[in-house]
Design a protein around this ligand. Structure first.
Ligand code: GAR
Length: 210
């Protein structure tokens, strides 16, 4: 069975969705840069190894990233899955895991990289919004897109209601992408992701009615 390491910083609802999807994938470990991340307790409660690599314990980004990278390598994982991991990573770290690290971002990339995506989407009058799973490259939130899910922006939305609608899609999209990865259904080809059967992904099943 393929092995993943999941990186978190907080709540861990995407981690929970991945675990509860009962994928044919072993979660070798959950690693957090914050000791108080709620997702750690969830993981431990499900018998998953947890580890904290606290960024505050390191003098700088290089030292933190070296320790984090070593912790990941020790798990001999096939893929690093960032699920709400809120640290900027150094180019050296990203190169170390090039092609082996993915992230979920709460916006339809390449729009709204960075933070506060839901408020910014509302401010710009977006009519659709969503989430993206992508490979991690040196440009922040710029890596090759694997899959996306969209939601409508409704007239009465505020950032919280929109975030909740997007998050519900994240919880479907990320497990679906991991399942597809375990099946070898896509691969990275240079700057783009190519799907074995592009016509079946994404399909209507990933877009519930509103
Ligand atoms: C999720 O919405 C995820 O997309 C976002 O953080 C949240 C983590 O929630 N990630 C980013 O903004 C990364 N740039 P969770 O801890 O409940 O999974």
């Amino acid at each position: 069975m393929k092995r993943i390491v999941v990186l978190i910083s907080g709540r861990g609802s995407n981690l929970r969705a991945l675990v509860e999807a009962r994928l044919p994938i072993e979660v070798a470990a959950v690693i957090s840069n914050r000791p108080d991340a709620a997702g750690l307790a969830f993981a431990a409660g499900h018998g998953i190894a947890t580890q904290v690599v606290d960024h505050k314990a390191f003098a700088g980004r290089e030292a933190f990233d070296a320790a984090l990278g070593d912790a990941i390598e020790a798990q001999r994982a096939d893929l690093v899955v960032m699920a709400g991991f809120m640290r900027l990573l150094t180019p050296g770290f990203i190169r170390r895991f090039a092609g082996r690290m993915i992230n979920i971002h709460p916006a339809l990339l390449p729009a709204f990289t960075g933070l506060d995506t839901h408020r910014r989407a509302l401010e710009r009058g977006c009519r659709v919004h969503g989430c993206t799973v992508h490979y991690v490259t040196e440009g922040m939130d710029e890596g090759p897109i694997i899959a996306q899910a969209s939601v409508p922006v409704l007239p009465d939305d505020d950032a919280d209601t929109l975030a909740a609608r997007v998050l519900a899609q994240e919880h479907q999209l990320y497990p679906a992408v991991l399942r597809a990865w375990s099946d070898g259904a896509f691969r990275l080809e240079g700057e783009r992701v190519s799907w074995r059967d592009a016509c079946t992904w994404p399909d209507a099943a990933h877009y519930p009615e509103y």
